[in-house]
Write a protein that binds this ligand. Structure first.
Ligand SMILES: Nc1ncnc2c1ncn2[C@@H]1O[C@H](COP(=O)(O)OP(=O)(O)O)[C@@H](O)[C@H]1O
Ligand SMILES: [Mg+2]
Length: 258
């Protein structure tokens, strides 16, 4: 298998749909026979939780992978999920302590790159980043080759993209020149509201994002939250929901099928 596409899902704001996009886009892609790995790099470990993964005693997580003095075999941290083709390296609350532990380490922004040997095993690796510009997020930027930015269709969410784009420029200059913007994904889209439509217009007219706004917005859909509560990706929990349809369309778009 060729090298995986390593896609970081980032936004310094919380609650914009990062974790939801990681879990559901990853799950959607398995329906096209893709082998997909999720890497949970958020100390809140919502991706791990949303898939119902309980970390057993002795199971290495993202925390052990990035803090171990001697690199572990990253394959040992991969957990199966109940869904064929979908795998996860889980996180736990320990991850919150990783920053402090790494403070005095050399090349501390390169720890997540220890996962690179996994890249020829999967078609896609999705990385769920925390909602902050922390050392963990910098590790995510160093490891990934593409960035997907969920943006709520809310006025302030659009304005907040300025900082994120500046951060991306800096990351390219200093850490990872190969990092591509895959696209901006409008989330919590509600075509009935003027605000949602206005933000969609702003995004599509923004010169910085020509050809980079996904034509497949994710609508606001309570079934998405419900599926997380049931610890199942919405594409399997309720196949005919708006949430499932939207994430399936996004998957097809990323596969170049629409
Ligand atoms: N399109 C959507 N419609 C309705 N609820 C959503 C949608 N996307 C996400 N949610 C819910 O909103 C909350 C925040 O989403 P989440 O993906 O966890 O954001 P983030 O990872 O950016 O903090 C979660 O409770 C999630 O279930
Ligand atoms: Mg999250």
């Amino acid at each position: 298998m060729a090298d995986s596409r390593i896609i970081a899902v980032v936004n310094e704001k919380g609650g914009v749909g990062k974790t939801t996009t990681v879990v559901n886009l990853a799950a959607a892609l398995t329906q096209w026979d893709k082998k997909v790995l999720i890497v949970d790099v958020d100390p809140q470990f919502n991706a791990t939780r949303n898939l119902g993964i309980a970390v057993e005693e002795g199971q290495p997580t993202t925390y052990e992978l990035i803090t171990a003095k001697k690199p572990l075999n990253p394959a040992k941290a991969v957990c199966e999920t109940p869904w064929s083709g979908l795998f996860i390296i889980p996180a736990s609350s320990d991850l919150a302590g990783a920053e402090v532990e790494l403070v005095n380490e050399i090349a501390r922004e390169n720890r997540l790159k220890r996962l690179k040997p996994l890249a020829d095993e999967y078609d896609f690796i999705f990385v769920d980043a925390p909602p902050s510009l922390s050392l963990l997020t910098v590790n995510v930027f160093a490891f990934a080759n593409e960035v997907l930015i969920p943006c709520q269709t809310q006025p302030h969410a659009y304005a907040a993209l300025d900082d994120l784009l500046e951060t991306l420029d800096l990351v390219r200059e200093e850490i990872n020149p190969e990092l591509n913007l895959l696209g901006v994904l409008p989330t919590f889209y509600d075509p009935r509201t003027r605000v949602s439509r206005a933000v969609m217009d702003s995004l599509s007219q923004d010169q910085r994002f020509v050809g980079k706004v996904f034509p497949t917005p994710i609508r606001t859909n309570t079934t998405i939250a419900e599926s997380a509560m049931h610890q199942k990706p919405v594409v399997f929990f309720a196949r005919s929901s708006f949430g499932a349809m939207d994430y399936n369309s996004l998957a097809q778009h990323i596969l170049g099928q629409i």
